[in-house]
Design a protein around this ligand. Structure first.
Ligand SMILES: [Zn+2]
Length: 76
């Protein structure tokens, strides 16, 4: 089972269709149960559709920090 943090690390590969089958399965399993990640993936997809490409490089640190903070709060 993926953690939310692992999911955010995989989302780029996921959107590019680069995830191996088993990871894609874990990914789907996680977003099936985790509303925050589902929202997150939807936003990433939207960003890809809007810009026509994935943002260069990784997720901006700012966005990632914000997400991780939210996930932490949610778990506590
Ligand atoms: Zn999650």
């Amino acid at each position: 089972m993926l953690t939310c943090q692992q999911l955010t690390e995989l989302v780029t590969d996921y959107l590019e269709g680069q995830l191996p089958f088993r990871k894609r399965l874990s990914f789907h399993l996680h977003i099936g149960m985790c509303r925050d990640c589902r929202t997150y993936v939807r936003q990433m997809k939207l960003a890809v559709r809007t810009t026509g490409a994935l943002p260069p490089g990784d997720i901006p640190d700012e966005v990632r920090d914000q997400l991780l903070r939210r996930f932490r709060d949610w778990k506590d």
